[in-house]
Design a binder for this molecule. Sequence first.
Ligand SMILES: [Zn+2]
Length: 238
Amino acid sequence: MTVRTETFEAHLRMLSAQGYHIVPLADVVKWIEGGPDSLPAKAVAITADDGHRSVFEVMMPIVLRERIPVTLFIYPSAISNASYALTWDQLRALKRTGLFEIQSHSYWHPNFNTERKRLAPAAFRALAHGQLRRARERLEQELGGSVRWLAWPFGIYDQELMEIAETEGVEAAFSLEGRPAAASSPRLALPRYLMVDACDDRCLGRLLGDIATQSASSGPRNRSVQGAARRAAPSPNR
Ligand SMILES: [Zn+2]
């Protein structure tokens, strides 16, 4: 969500000190898809949604200094448009660093629960298809490369939306359910932790430490984190 720079840097120091490996989100997706067992133990992926200017102004210098991979989920309607948002040139510069992966967060970040109440079923489906298709087309046109992942706006998804995403060629989609990703996690609803400033380095350490402990007790491979996924993880802002 929003964290102060000092909090983000404290998180990174804790991850390094505790032996976590910050991996590209692509490695997690490959692992979920049953690819090679290439994920190191204590693997963590970092994502940032919405494309605020601070990604370029504040986060990028830290990412370059630390050489860590980050995935951005962007909704194109804001880019080079909203005052708080990145520009397309900034996104291209971020991508050129080789450390930022840029993927879809729908076209204008609708609340699919609200839209479903407002629209007839066919109109809702048309909206959802259009949101995913237009976002992918615009991102590919502006930035090149291929867009195949989606972060659900507000983390909202359901079976119908997952089927629409599948039709639109989405290969992996991400929610905001605070639990570890497991080999058994649904490919179109992979959980993420929403990080808030109130969760300092010790809070994040506890959050991840609980997962690592569960994982270690149920087997040597980190595929066994699925055991931890079934229990409710502590809320990051508690
Ligand atoms: Zn968002």
